[in-house]
Write a protein that binds this ligand. Structure first.
Ligand SMILES: Cc1cc2nc3c(=O)[nH]c(=O)nc-3n(C[C@H](O)[C@H](O)[C@H](O)COP(=O)(O)O)c2cc1C
Length: 350
């Protein structure tokens, strides 16, 4: 089934943590792809402002993404132990001893209300599923809904909830795993194996995500039955991406696959470049509090590391095909990707 939102079947992935600036989102949408704004870490008023900023920069469709999160109960013993484990790294960065943060995450329900009011053309969800009534409310607001799935059961659940598209997140993908049914280790199926299985399982269109960096990957995903691709890592090195310059440099210098899936930064499995923080916290991985607690507790460390230009303690999320990163403006990347896809598909027919 063709991808109906845009001229090209390319979605720039939502990437929480500063990468998906309104400029990046709008550049991709203006170039004929679907730009995605990562809303998960933005307080409701900043989320609204970012959506309006995208609208000022493009009149094309775009996507806004949230993490589906419930409020957490935090046990004080767990908190103290987690802070204690992080203390040596805080001290190294010149930070005072850590204390309980004022909040652990943004209020998902308030963020959702902003989307219902601002009505972006597309809304996507990560980390969990929303009830059918929420999908229905979004439809009534005129939004199309994409649900992330990492296995068959999750894809079927999203289809039953009324989602319009499934984003099939393969194990190669950079950033957090979207798994919400069963242990994540059992949902690390690669994109090549996951996409055709989900295409068979559901009647709604499937978007392929994970390890797709160029036209060869896009062509392969389309041949597997995907209606579109969602690419994250490939867009991180565009000039419009808001990540730290040293993070960009690390991505552009990566050789082979220097990534690992780790819980150490956030308490939720996520794929990124292996670094000193992961190595030092690895022995405690089993004891790390769940997302969003650990994420909130490491926030100051990540910020201080960024300020000091110390990539060893920054989270450098990236997918397994990171060594194929290129540095070019987002519009040029979208055009290049489409040309490569056409060339690849044509060469297969000769
Ligand atoms: C830096 C980074 C941040 C990410 N943040 C989000 C996010 O906020 N929401 C989301 O749905 N997916 C997020 N993802 C995952 C992407 O949607 C997508 O699954 C992934 O980028 C695909 O793999 P690739 O990076 O190999 O292209 C993130 C990925 C990266 C690399």
């Amino acid at each position: 089934m063709p991808f109906p939102f845009t001229r090209y079947p390319i979605i720039q992935a939502p990437m929480a943590g500063g990468a998906t600036t309104p400029e990046l989102v709008a550049a991709v949408s203006n170039a004929g792809g679907l730009g995605s704004l990562a809303g998960a870490l933005l307080p409701p008023d900043r989320l609204r402002e970012a959506i309006r900023q995208v609208r000022r920069l493009t009149d094309r469709p775009f996507n806004v993404n949230l993490f589906v999160l419930e409020a957490v109960e935090v046990e004080s013993g767990m908190l103290e132990a987690a802070l204690h484990r992080l203390q040596p790294i805080r001290a190294e960065l010149g930070l005072p001893p850590g204390t309980a943060p004022q909040k652990f995450s943004e209020d998902f329900r308030a963020q959702l209300e902003v989307l219902l009011e601002e009505k972006p053309p597309v809304v996507s969800f990560h980390f969990d599923i929303v009830p059918a009534q929420v999908v229905e409310r979004l439809h009534q607001a005129g939004c199309q809904v994409i649900g992330t799935a990492t296995n068959r059961a999750e894809a079927l659940a999203w289809e039953a909830a009324g989602a319009d598209y499934i984003c099939a997140q393969g194990g190669e993908a950079g950033g957090h795993r979207g798994t919400f049914m069963g242990p994540f280790e059992q949902s690390m199926t690669g994109t090549m194996a996951l996409v055709p299985q989900l295409v068979e399982a559901v009647k709604i269109p499937v978007i392929a995500a994970g390890g797709i960096m160029d036209g060869r990957g896009i062509a392969a995903a389309l041949l597997l039955g995907a209606s579109a691709v969602q690419m994250g890592t490939a867009f991180l090195t565009c000039p419009e991406s808001g990540i730290h310059p040293l993070y960009k440099q690390a991505l552009l210098q990566a050789k082979g696959d220097p990534t690992v899936v780790t819980l150490t930064f956030s308490g939720r499995p996520a794929r990124g470049l292996h670094n000193a923080f992961i190595a030092r916290m690895q022995p405690y991985e089993a004891q790390v509090p769940p997302y969003p607690i650990q994420n909130a507790l490491t926030s100051e460390i990540r910020q201080a590391a960024a300020k000091a230009g110390h990539t060893g303690y920054m989270s450098l999320w990236a997918g397994q095909a990171v060594s194929l990163c290129r540095s070019m403006p987002a519009a040029m990347l979208v055009e290049t990707l489409m040309q490569e896809t056409q060339t690849t598909l044509r060469s297969q027919c000769e």
